[in-house]
Design a binder for this molecule. Structure first.
Ligand code: GTP
Length: 598
């Protein structure tokens, strides 16, 4: 297609505001997929999901659209993941576009996540087209939401499109606006090749499939390409476009969006944000914005059954082929045996990986509470990064500890401002800003330690605002704080995966609440079990789990504990989620208890 007839755009929306429904409508309305195919394709992907246990999602789609001016345009829709954990990927997808549809639910309004992505889009100079969706709903208030968008984002909404993706209203207007408002790509076909990778996935048969936007130059089937960040070279096996299924083409030029395969073995060799150029006649410099993504949250993963250690390693190796952000290294714990210390982009990323390991690889895992990375300066001046609280150097050997801080932006209905300020305060937050927006909604900005956010801050925010508040955060740097390590001893032995790093002023409270909680969570045994919290050698809280009484035991277990245990294990379908630490069985919930103390 001629560069002047190409339009590259993405859709920015908060969860549930209708992004997928609208994308489907655009595909149907341009005849890219028929109504029948839409259903079949959906079913197909469900089958595949069931068979191979993978989720197939639309990443990009090329549509041919005949405009009212009679010309045929190529519209490339590039999808963006909608979660804060993946904001780097979002920024790369937006960098591949010239415009974006801003979809806002007309019965709701602007949410924090939407804002964050709009600001990213504005940074990339994208043309933003506001679309008020769900106007079919009786509660839709398009005028109010328009004012909100104008007030908060400063975006002119006089030409905002009123739409219902569900009923198919406003779809022709949206397509025309994309053609007329989104700029065409620059015609830089004569320059050396530079293509931006905005996504990639691992295919067991063809190796990594790379999704890219050609920014400059031209790419042909059979070309030998170089990935500028990794420095590696490959011969292209297959080149194509996504319409939305993969369709092979011979060449792609500046402005176009497509995919390639080149026997690339793992996604880490073709990372999001890397620049593809030609091996011969390379571009002098890569496209801006490539960053090596660094995990922010760490936890330990241990098989309940130590015999599953090698299975866990294999599963992680396989997942990593498809997930360049996942990090792991073997960890040995005195209490837990062999496992892995794993790094994730954030909590959602962590949950996805855990879930896949258990569901797709049928592993029975114990997960320890998430930790952030602490920066510790030792007395001799050496700086070490600590992603595992049990490795914190002794107080006698450290000069200072710094912890990561994030700026948290919340959008909150007025009546919940109080409860959320209180929440932020108890989480060691520094108040930064509060602004009243249209119609009783307020933005609230705090700076908080990341450690306080990765515990259940999000859940607390939702429950204290009855689900109405939304939030977004970004890393702002490290700050020094008086932090201490709190150890937990069960039956007199320190249990390293229960160790946690807390602020000195909160240590006593956390220690007390934690041992009380552990007392509830750890089942009674035939003997009395002391549970203690200590800082260094000083015990700050202590409880004990009473022994089962003989007669109770008889009633419960019919006299045969091991038989009953076997039965229970069977009932749990092999997932016991219990770890024997010495002679004490500790359930999974105990390892997460520190997160839920309020
Ligand atoms: P995520 O995939 O979770 O990010 O959500 P999404 O933004 O893609 O939203 P999705 O398209 O899945 O729509 C969310 C819900 O809103 C679904 O139940 C849709 O059927 C519904 N929905 C989408 N558009 C409309 C609309 O125009 N009107 C009404 N009434 N419902 C809609």
């Amino acid at each position: 297609a001629a560069v002047s007839r190409i339009r590259n755009f993405s859709i920015i929306a908060h969860i549930d505001h209708g992004k997928s429904t609208l994308a489907d409508r655009l595909l149907q309305s341009t005849g890219t997929v028929s109504d029948r195919e839409m259903k079949e394709q959906f079913l197909d992907s469900m089958d595949l999901e069931r068979e191979r246990g993978i989720t197939i999602k639309l990443q990009a789609a090329r549509m041919n659209y005949v405009s009212e001016d009679g010309e045929t345009y190529v519209l490339n829709l590039i999808d963006t993941p909608g979660h804060v954990d993946f904001s780097y990927e979002v920024s790369r997808s937006l960098a591949a576009c010239e415009g974006a549809l801003l979809v806002v639910d007309a019965s709701q309004g602007v949410e924090a996540q939407t804002l964050a992505n709009v600001y990213l889009a504005l940074e990339h100079d994208l043309e933003i087209i506001p679309v008020l969706n769900k106007i079919d709903l009786p509660g839709a208030e398009p005028e109010r939401v328009k004012r909100e968008i104008e007030d908060i984002i400063g975006l002119d909404c006089s030409n905002a499109i009123l739409a219902s993706a569900k009923e198919g209203l406003g779809i022709p207007e949206i397509l025309e606006s994309i053609v007329h408002l989104v700029p065409s790509p620059e015609d830089t076909i004569e320059k050396p090749l530079r293509a931006l990778i905005f996504d990639s996935y691992y295919d067991p048969y063809r190796g990594v499939i790379v999704y890219f936007r050609v920014m400059d130059g031209q790419l042909n089937k059979g070309d030998r390409v170089k990935l500028m960040a990794s420095g590696k070279e490959y011969d292209i096996d297959e080149l194509g476009v996504l319409s939305p299924t993969q369709v092979v083409v011979d060449s792609l030029h500046a402005g176009e969006v497509g995919y390639l395969s080149a026997s690339i073995k793992a996604v880490e060799d073709a990372r999001v944000g890397d620049t593809i150029t030609l091996a011969k006649g390379s571009a002098p410099s890569p496209l801006p914005g490539y960053t090596e993504i660094k995990p922010m949250v760490f936890c330990g993963l241990f098989p309940s059954d130590s015999e599953q250690f090698e299975d866990l390693r294999e599963a992680l190796d396989k997942l990593r082929l498809n997930d360049a952000a996942l990090q792991y290294e073997p960890e040995t714990s005195s209490a837990m045996g062999f496992g892995f210390r794993c790094g994730f982009l954030g909590l959602l990323h962590m949950e996805i990986v855990q879930e896949r390991l258990e569901r797709e690889y049928n592993l029975d895992l114990i997960t320890t509470a998430p930790s952030v990375i602490y920066r510790v300066t030792k007395l001799d001046g050496e700086v070490v990064l600590i992603d595992n609280p049990s490795n914190l150097p002794d107080p006698q050997n450290r000069e200072r500890i710094e912890e990561p801080y994030v700026q948290v932006d919340m959008i909150v209905p007025e009546e919940f401002v109080g409860p959320l300020m209180e929440l932020s305060q108890t989480r060691r937050g520094d108040f930064k800003d509060m602004k009243y927006l249209a119609q009783g909604r307020t933005t609230l900005t705090y700076e908080l330690p990341l450690a306080e956010v990765v515990s259940d801050f999000f859940d607390q925010m939702k429950s204290r605002s009855r689900g109405y508040a939304s939030m977004e955060y970004q890393l702002i740097g490290y700050r020094e704080n008086p932090l201490v390590k709190l150890d937990i001893l069960i039956n007199g032995d320190p249990v390293d995966p229960l160790a946690t790093i807390v602020h000195r002023d909160k240590a006593y409270y956390v220690g007390k609440a934690l041992v009380e909680r552990l007392k509830e969570l750890i089942p009674r045994h035939q003997f009395k079990i002391p549970v203690q919290a200590s800082i260094g050698s000083r015990v700050v809280a202590s409880e004990h789990i009473p022994a089962l009484r003989k007669d109770v035991l008889a009633k419960c277990y019919g006299g045969d504990i091991s038989r009953k245990k076997k039965l229970l294990q069977k009932q749990a379908k092999g997932k016991k989620r219990l770890k024997a630490i010495g002679t004490v069985d500790v359930p999974q919930e105990a390892f997460m208890a520190v997160l839920k103390l309020q």
